[in-house]
Design a protein around this ligand. Structure first.
Ligand code: CA
Length: 524
């Protein structure tokens, strides 16, 4: 049996979390002499000193709550003993006050990627079939199965075929101001670097989201080899649309034939793509967490934060997201903004989200799940402090609204809901070519569009889910590895996965969650 161990995040904290598998019984005495009054489950908090009623309970040196009654030293500090603090207002925040010294550039790291005409780089070579409306989903599914079985074997350089299906497109208030979010999300996902600019659309015909509205002229820029040879310029590509209601379609099979014939044209072009050596700066990494526990902010998220700093130093783009999970740390974020404009954009996104939640008569505290609480996270404040750590220590150099496409390098706050699938969908739209996902409770999450690297917060999870978790950050809590060790391991694994030299477990098993568009606009 391992020695009883608790983990302190900041010297000023008055609670620590129990690290041992299975938790610790009442009466356990730690090396520092602290004696447990209660049985404390793994990942849950223990009072290090007597906490009289009303005391601020500090973790990460932040008040995560106020004691609702006297809590003696050695007690289990669970959510029922804490009153949650109110959210920090959005006025009078520290703006761009943190001026970290210049980060030493990290040079010489490369991966093997697919360079696209627009300059972006793919980590996989996938034919994506864009859909304008849910009505066509069944037909596209049918066609994708046949393309995989009958066509894909003839194009060995193409990794996969995926239908970009969703529940949007009709039966929605498409002219509502917020409808731009799902529309631009779908548009920008179609342009994800992993799809090589080979856009094809399947449309029903009568839907509100017409193909020209989804992909207006000029959206798709494909370099035509001949025109480059002649004048060195790129040209707008025509939009390839298969419309199911078109009169030339007589019978279901004729629709399937049309989709397959169009697919062949794009598969031929994709098959000609070759991986080439590109600098690590071409990575566009989206980080997020899901199924979090109290170890998320101790092991996996700090290791991801370390890797985030490495990526920023290498000149890459890293997006962190999940608005409700950073809202309580807004002052940390605005102070880390590289300019007042970036801080203002962050405040704008938070205010928009506060108002969005308010319309539904809730606030950011609606975020936490029963599993989070079972894993030791008392409330959203504690969860947020552990979540923000994924962003590392670099200055925040840009902000994206939901569904927008990323156009810059460095550390970016991409505003998204925390919902795993919606966040992943929006990061795909931003141009993510690699996804890093941390989990403590465990989730088999995966996407068909990009590789998803999953990082376990605890060794127990990594052991039980040995063929689902790619990296075990639990070794940090076990004392077997440092945050830097796991951060470097993750960074090197990212380069291997991006190069196609290694596959993630989610890729291995083809675990593909559905795309979920964020639609704050009304449905009719
Ligand atoms: Ca999430």
């Amino acid at each position: 049996m391992a020695a009883p161990l608790h983990i302190l995040m900041n010297p000023r904290d008055n609670v620590a979390i129990v690290a041992n598998d299975g938790g610790l019984p009442a009466g356990t005495v730690f090396a520092d002499g602290l004696r447990l009054v209660d049985k404390v489950p793994q990942g849950h908090k223990v009072a290090l000193v007597d906490l009289p009623k009303g005391t601020a309970v500090l973790r990460y040196n932040v008040p995560i709550g106020y004691a609702l009654k006297d809590i003696p030293a050695g007690s289990w500090v669970h959510e029922r003993l804490l009153e949650m603090p109110a959210a920090r207002g959005l006025e009078g925040l520290p703006i761009a006050t943190v001026k970290p010294g210049p980060m030493e550039p990290l040079e010489g790291y490369t991966f093997e990627g697919f360079r696209n005409a627009d300059g972006s780089v793919g980590t996989r070579n996938i034919l994506a079939i864009t859909t304008t409306v849910q009505c066509v989903a069944g037909v596209v599914d049918f066609a994708v199965k046949r393309i995989k079985a009958e066509l894909l074997p003839k194009f060995p350089n193409v990794d996969d075929v995926v239908g970009l299906e969703h529940t949007y497109g009709c039966g929605v208030a498409i002219d509502a101001p917020d409808a731009i979010i799902p529309i631009r999300t779908l548009r920008n996902i179609s342009l994800n670097p992993n799809f090589g600019g080979e856009v094809m659309v399947v449309s029903l015909g009568c839907e509100k989201l017409q193909p020209e509205r989804l992909m207006p002229p000029g959206t798709i820029q494909i370099v035509d080899e001949r025109s480059v040879a002649d004048v060195g310029q790129s040209a707008d590509a025509p939009l390839d649309v298969v419309c199911l209601q078109a009169e030339n379609h007589v019978g279901f099979m004729s629709m399937i034939e049309s989709i397959m014939q169009t697919a062949v044209l794009h598969l031929e072009k994709l098959n000609a793509r070759q991986r080439e050596t590109v600098p690590a700066s071409e990575l566009v990494v989206g980080v997020q967490c899901g199924g979090s526990d109290a170890f998320s902010g101790v092991t996996a998220n700090p290791a991801v934060g370390f890797a985030t700093d490495l990526l920023v130093r290498a000149g890459a783009s890293v997006m962190f997201s999940e608005t409700t999970e950073v809202r309580d740390g807004i002052d940390q974020l605005t102070s880390r903004a590289s300019t007042p404009e970036v801080a203002a954009a962050m405040i704008r996104e938070m205010a928009w989200y506060d108002a969005y939640l308010q319309k539904g008569m809730v606030d950011r505290s609606a975020n936490t799940t029963p599993g989070n609480k079972k894993g030791g996270l008392s409330n959203i404040v504690e969860k947020a402090m552990g979540s923000i750590v994924k962003s590392g220590s670099a200055p925040i150099s840009g902000v994206l609204s939901p569904g927008e496409k990323l156009k810059q390098k460095g550390l970016i706050y991409a505003a998204t809901p925390a919902s795993d699938f919606i966040c992943g969908t929006l990061q795909l739209a931003a141009g993510m070519n690699l996804h890093v996902f941390t989990t403590g409770r465990g989730t088999p999450y995966g996407l068909a569009e990009v590789p998803v690297i999953k990082v376990a917060t605890r060794t127990d999870l990594a052991r039980r889910w040995h063929d689902l978790m790619d990296i075990n950050a639990g070794r940090i809590a076990d004392g077997d590895a440092s945050i830097a060790d796991v951060g470097w391991e993750l960074f090197n694994f990212m380069l291997d996965v991006a190069s196609g030299r290694k596959k993630t477990w989610a890729e291995q098993w083809k675990l593909h969650n559905a795309l979920v568009l964020f639609n704050p606009a009304p449905v009719t």
